[in-house]
Design a binder for this molecule. Structure first.
Ligand code: CO
Length: 134
């Protein structure tokens, strides 16, 4: 089941401004920085023990993160659990009546298979599942 946190996603308009805080003040180190053009987002992962902080900035206003920022402003965006098998986790969530954003996994930051549960089914908290076996 979902017993290990992987990362916490935070939406921002400016990665540079956020990095000034997270690396400059908090002292975190950049683990990965990449653009997922298909999802209209630039991602920075900052290692934080066994987990990470994931900063998300839109590359276009009509992307999911762009729309989130327009509607809610910057801040907490999602919580991600680490699972052995995303498809199996999706299937069990669906069987429990949870609405899914992704019926099948997509490729997320770092090339991992990921999927999202719909916030309508989770008390408005967007939940991501990240496949990291073992
Ligand atoms: Co994420």
């Amino acid at each position: 089941m979902f017993t290990a946190l992987d990362h916490i996603g935070i939406a921002t308009q400016s990665l540079d401004e956020s990095l000034a805080l997270y690396t400059g003040v908090f002292g975190q180190e950049i683990e990965l920085r990449e653009t997922l053009e298909s999802q209209g987002v630039e991602v920075v992962l900052l290692r934080c023990g066994e987990e990470s902080i994931e900063l998300l900035a839109p590359t276009r206003a009509d992307s999911p993160v762009g729309k989130f920022l327009a509607e809610r402003g910057p801040g907490l965006h999602h919580v991600a659990y680490r699972v052995d098998d995303v498809q199996a986790a999706l299937n069990s969530a669906r069987a429990a009546g949870i609405e899914l954003v992704d019926l099948v996994p997509r490729i997320g930051a770092g090339g991992h298979r990921v999927a999202f549960l719909h916030p309508r089914s989770t008390g408005r908290a967007l939940i991501e599942l990240v496949e990291k076996p073992g």
